[in-house]
Design a protein around this ligand. Structure first.
Ligand code: HPA
Length: 242
């Protein structure tokens, strides 16, 4: 059985054709959706729609614990996460792909740990490098093989959402050293670490972050950009060797 999973977010729902489906089982409540078995080139992977199918669960309501626990129980060992993000660094134009190497967590009130009560083992997981090195390398190699240009580093700010940020918030995230901003990277990344699963993220810049441009950010424009970016994401994943 395949040990690789792809968790897809906004814009990634129709990325692959499903060849089968499986319910996820978890002691942490309801996962977002059943997983679909998909082919990535010659590799197989489980695909999980993070926001549910249809797309309906907002970032702060996703049951990240059930999703990660469910994948672990299925035998998954490695997770590639697809995240739509805003570009804080002005050089990161819409459509650009980024493989982040760092993150800063600005979320609050999310069920963010398995280590959560007296019954669960108390863990203080090592998290200096939140994304797993070999899996990041596999993504970068796949990008090269597919001829897909991408940014090989970046610090992802994870905000609470579901609203977009204010210009002042984005200015602060830039001062903090963040180059991209999304809403779903945490607690997913940390839970994967707690569960002992390798995890790396492939981000698609959907829009310039708030305040970088005069025009307001619209969902319609985000969807238009992501539709094109996801074609590149699919080409890249088809060259993935893990
Ligand atoms: N901010 C936060 N999350 C996002 C954005 C953004 O500008 N674009 C896509 N996801």
């Amino acid at each position: 059985m395949t040990e690789l999973a792809v968790i897809g977010g906004t814009g990634a729902l129709e990325l692959f054709q499903a060849r089968g489906e499986r319910e996820l089982e978890s002691v942490w409540g309801e996962p977002s959706a059943p997983v679909a078995l998909v082919s990535l080139g010659r590799t197989e992977a489980w695909f999980l729609a993070r926001h549910g199918r249809p797309h309906r669960i907002p970032p702060h309501r996703i049951n990240y614990r059930a999703n990660i626990d469910g994948l672990r129980r299925l035998g998954v060992k490695r997770i590639i996460s697809i995240n739509a993000v805003g570009g804080i660094d002005p050089s990161l134009e819409p459509g650009r792909l980024v493989v982040p190497d760092q993150l800063i967590d600005y979320t609050w009130g999310r069920a963010h740990a398995f280590s959560d009560d007296a019954e669960s083992p108390l863990l203080h997981v090592e998290f200096a490098h939140p994304f797993e090195g070999m899996l990041r390398e596999s993504l970068l190699d796949a990008g090269q093989a597919a001829g897909v240009e991408m940014e090989t580093k970046g610090c992802m700010a994870v905000t609470q959402g579901p609203r977009l940020e204010t210009s002042a918030e984005i200015a602060r995230l830039a001062r903090d050293g963040c180059s991209i901003v999304g809403m779903t990277g945490m607690p997913e990344t940390a839970l994967a670490r707690e569960a002992g699963l390798d995890y790396a993220s492939l981000c698609a810049v959907a829009n310039p972050a708030a305040g970088l441009e005069q025009e307001p950010i619209t969902l319609k424009e985000i969807e238009r950009v992501l539709a094109t970016a996801m074609v590149e994401v699919r080409r890249l994943l088809e060259c993935l060797k893990t």
